[in-house]
Design a protein around this ligand. Sequence first.
Ligand SMILES: Nc1nc2c(ncn2[C@@H]2O[C@H](COP(=O)(O)OP(=O)(O)OP(=O)(O)O)[C@@H](O)[C@H]2O)c(=O)[nH]1
Ligand SMILES: [Mg+2]
Length: 257
Amino acid sequence: MTISNSGAIAGISLGIGGEKDMKQFSSVELESEIQPDSAYGCKETESHEAKTPPAPTYDEESVHKTILVGDSGVGKTSLLVQFDQGKFIPGSFSATVGIGFTNKVVTVDDVKVKLQIWDTAGQERFRSVTHAYYRDAHALLLLYDITSRSSFDNIRAWLTEIHEYAQSDVVIMLLGNKADMSSGRAIRRDEGERLAREYSVPFMETSAMTGVNVELAFTAVAKELKHRAVQHPNEPKFQIHEYIEAQKEKSGCCSSF
Ligand SMILES: Nc1nc2c(ncn2[C@@H]2O[C@H](COP(=O)(O)OP(=O)(O)OP(=O)(O)O)[C@@H](O)[C@H]2O)c(=O)[nH]1
Ligand SMILES: [Mg+2]
């Protein structure tokens, strides 16, 4: 499984040097970067003899809009920087202002899946701006901070907003970030698991600092989106929960949390 970068971070506050204004990335400019809504389009192959229709081919030009949401300070920007650049920038916290995106290409099952990952501002005052972006999102990564009870308690409110503004078939994943901070832990892993079960969404704990599960979170989303795009009615559905559990076991990632 390989991951390659197809674009620079656009307007994302990196957590140093105070607030960074992202007004220059207006929605109009950003929309022009997005490919036509072909994410779920399939190329048809003609076949007159086959009894069952041929499997649709995945269109590698599809762009899947993926949005990071959650309270301010949970680590959305840090998670994206870790995934994009493989690094963690410690230091004083600088809240994201507005919204920006990063393009990433994730190779799954030998096909290239393009993710356009939007980093939103968690602060309340930017909420109306980010709502506008939910509508055409294909996936939402919802983060809380395992050292912050309030960020966990607010997850229900976030899910209510998501259900109100996003498409009903949007892929949602719950992430408990800052899993490296075991001494400050306020939310047990099983609390996260229980909440995720209640809403039937996949869950994992991540650390933007150490990188644990960061790649897995985005890869699982890319796999799910790719499978949905080529889903054959007679084939079993891709099981994102099972995939995540299997990958977690393989990496032995979570035993120390
Ligand atoms: N130890 C640890 N610190 C983290 C982790 N992720 C983020 N942080 C720190 O938490 C603070 C907030 O991180 P950000 O990534 O800026 O948070 P955010 O969710 O983007 O916040 P907003 O932009 O305001 O919505 C920063 O000081 C980060 O260095 C993590 O996984 N582990
Ligand atoms: Mg941020």
